[in-house]
Ligand binder design. Structure first.
Ligand code: SF4
Length: 362
């Protein structure tokens, strides 16, 4: 894990409104040389300082289009800053205000683990017919691994399309790192349960025998998002029993039973669009990160919006990017210090970009 240099206590002790005022003063001084990106799961204080908000890929692409920006601060997690660096120009530098803000799910598929699994499969399968697909929530070296082997990145909004594309090109898919997005997308494509095989890290052949591996259309890495694993079909059924007109929408990083019990499922942007386009007076229970759900509540006072789970499901690493961390980052930058810059090594960036570009072309 990357260790974050300690943020001086003066920042941590500062009143929230003072932090925001100072951040805004920096934004004014840097002008269009600075671009602050805010992921939907960020806390309100950090989110309100962002110039652009969105999901990870939308933000990375917007950053690349903001040619005047020399300094891009990504208020999100590490793989997002990496994607922004891969797509950014050589004259743009990308920063993450807290280096320990990684994505635990992305960290569940490391390059040594994935390479070892690929090697293990090589004597059993025609690997040219095995198309690797990685969720955008993955490290740059996993994206490069996939890009170099004819595969693609996918997002939670296009995973089904990317899986269908891969099955036209090969016999089977090896999908990293999120089991649940992979399974939900495979089920949406009507792939038989027996052809969806889980690869469990640390077990020989991922806990399968040779016949099971050969029968697989989709091999799923056993990664998961701890936030979206908090939701269950029982919670959904409870809402549906007690509030008859409620609509339940859930993120596809949740387990299959929850996705099947919900009225709808969708990516972060998909959830936002569904709520925005619903009729005034609609009632929703939403299964995703609490900061987004609370923001939707504030933005849509004409609708009734509930958290799906009884306790708020919060992404602990996103929560490290506080206004204090952002101000510390900006103070450093204004003194010419390039602390917390995220750079992707050139050959890795090249391979990862192939996988990202393939997705954009699908
Ligand atoms: S919400 Fe889940 S997938 Fe998103 S950054 Fe946090 S752990 Fe990773």
């Amino acid at each position: 894990m990357i260790i974050q240099p300690p943020i001086p206590s003066a920042y941590l002790d500062e009143a929230p409104e003072v932090l925001i005022q100072k951040i805004m003063a920096h934004k004014e001084a840097f002008g269009d040389k600075l671009l602050i990106l805010g992921h939907h799961y960020q806390e309100e204080g950090t989110f309100q300082c962002a110039d652009m908000v969105g999901d990870s890929l939308k933000l990375a692409r917007q950053a690349a289009e903001a040619k005047a920006a020399r300094f891009i601060i990504f208020c999100g997690v590490h793989f997002m800053a990496e994607s922004a660096d891969i797509l950014a120009g050589s004259d743009q530098a990308v920063f993450l205000p807290h280096l320990e803000a990684g994505c635990p799910m992305a960290d569940m598929a490391t390059l040594p683990e994935v390479s070892a699994a690929w090697q293990e499969l090589t004597p059993i399968l025609a690997m040219k017919e095995t198309i690797p697909i990685t969720y955008v929530n993955s490290s740059a070296d996993i994206k490069a691994f996939v890009g170099e082997r004819g595969g693609s990145v996918c997002t939670s909004s296009n995973a089904e399309r990317v899986l269908a594309w891969a099955l036209e090109r090969g016999e089977r898919i090896f999908f990293f790192p999120d089991e649940h997005l992979g399974r939900n997308s495979a089920k949406a494509l009507d792939i038989d349960d027996k052809a969806i095989v889980l690869w469990q890290r640390g077990l020989p052949l991922g806990g399968n025998n040779v016949e099971q591996i050969k029968a697989a259309k989709v091999l799923l890495w056993d990664g998961f998002c701890e936030v979206h694993m908090e939701f269950s079909a029982e919670q959904i059924e409870q809402w549906q029993r007690t509030v008859p007109d409620i609509q339940v929408i859930i993120h596809p990083e949740s387990n299959l039973a929850s996705v099947q019990a919900a009225d709808k499922y969708g990516s972060t942007e998909g959830i936002i669009n569904a709520v925005e386009s619903s009729a005034p007076g609609s009632t929703w229970a939403i299964g995703t990160e609490v900061n987004l759900v609370n923001r939707l509540k504030l933005q849509h006072p004409d609708k009734t919006i509930h958290l799906l789970a009884p306790t708020p499901c919060r992404c602990k690493t996103m929560a490290l990017v506080t206004p204090a961390a952002l101000l510390w980052q900006l103070d450093n930058l204004s003194q010419g210090k390039m602390e917390n810059q995220v750079t992707v090594e050139v050959t890795i960036a090249k391979g990862a970009k192939i996988a990202l570009d393939r997705m954009l072309a699908i």
